[in-house]
Design a protein around this ligand. Structure first.
Ligand code: HPA
Ligand code: ZN
Length: 326
């Protein structure tokens, strides 16, 4: 439709995308076969049927199990190329890919295999599809501070090709404060900082991400809206929120897209962006999500333009490059 071509034609950046969450069931089967790994599903349909989550942990258990088919750098390359091709069709011109090294290194997969596979796909995506990208290395917050420091040490040889660090996995019970020292160490190495906060965790975790981690972005941030002072502060500071409406629906952060706070966020002056989080698991890529929130919340074209602009100004691109995309 007219509207679909408006959305796909709008240049967009994706700021909250776990590359392991882009692994579609078809590719999962192909990689299982390639690597001689058995998976607990008989068919692609069975895999999709298992994607019925009632909270974040429910999803994470299945997501970490799915990542078990990823073994070689070719696997990481193929997964990332599939994402870039799909994102390009939706009008994504810049993508900031989160990856979870510990999900792989804890299974004996060398850090080098993971990152070199991703980097080769990023290079190919730029030449073949014209998509720029950068990497955000995320620490798993259900693991220890020491484990995060070990991951930072493993990344040493590649620090010039990693733009930022992030914080993901099980939120409640693993507050940002647990990672204050490793984020300070990452910052000292010149890395930029983002963290998941306020997806399931309370507003206090958003305060901790700001004050104890000194992040430049908040991934999700939904629950910040429960605290008026925090909301006002995020707006005043122009803090980017990387909001993921379909993820919020699938993980029951909202009970219905019609109750999603995306328009309330914009109304409060928050710098919200729209992102897919784990598109293979949550049932939609970026244009689907713009369309879904537009339909559910009655957003106007000017709101979608605003969200797309925010995705560039909130990106980790150098200022001049981000401005050139507006
Ligand atoms: N939240 C926390 N951890 C994650 C997510 C998420 O939405 N996706 C992948 N890891
Ligand atoms: Zn996420």
């Amino acid at each position: 439709t007219d509207f679909d071509s408006f959305i796909t034609g709008l240049p967009k950046a994706e700021l909250h995308l776990h590359i392991e969450g882009s692994l579609e069931p078809e590719l999962m089967f192909e990689l299982a076969h390639r690597n001689g790994v058995t998976i607990p599903y008989g068919s692609v349909e069975e895999v999709r049927a298992a994607y019925d989550f009632s909270n974040l942990q429910d999803f994470l258990d299945i997501y970490y199990a799915g990542a078990n088919v990823l073994r070689t750098r070719a696997d990481f390359h193929d997964m990332a190329m599939a994402y870039f091709r799909r994102a390009a069709r939706d009008g994504v011109i810049h993508a900031e890919l989160m990856f979870d090294p510990q999900t792989h290194t804890d299974r004996g997969i060398p850090f080098e295999e993971v990152i070199e596979g991703l980097l080769s796909a990023m290079k190919q995506a730029e030449t073949e599809l014209g998509i720029t990208s950068l990497l955000i290395m995320s620490f798993l917050r259900h693991l220890s501070e020491d484990a995060a420091f070990e991951t930072l040490a493993m990344a040493e040889l590649w620090l010039d090709r990693i733009t930022a660090v992030g914080l993901d996995s099980s939120e409640v019970g693993h507050p940002p404060s647990k990672f204050a020292r490793v984020f300070a160490a990452a910052r000292a190495k010149g890395l930029r900082l983002t963290a998941h906060a306020g997806e399931e965790g309370p507003p206090d975790y958003v305060y901790q991400a700001l004050d104890q981690l000194q992040v430049e972005r908040i991934d999700h941030g939904n629950r910040a809206l429960e605290d008026a002072d925090l909301t006002a502060r995020l707006a005043a500071e122009g803090m980017t929120l990387t909001v993921c409406p379909l993820s919020n629906l699938k993980l029951c952060v909202v009970d219905d897209l019609q109750h999603h706070p995306i328009d309330r966020m914009l109304g409060e002056g928050l710098k919200a962006t729209i992102n897919s989080d784990d598109p293979a698991y949550f049932g939609g890529y970026i244009a689907d999500i713009y369309r879904a929130v537009m339909e559910a919340r009655g957003l106007a074209r000017e709101d979608l333009v605003k969200l797309a602009r925010n995705s560039f100004t909130g990106s980790f691109l150098p200022r001049e490059k981000a401005d050139a995309c507006l």
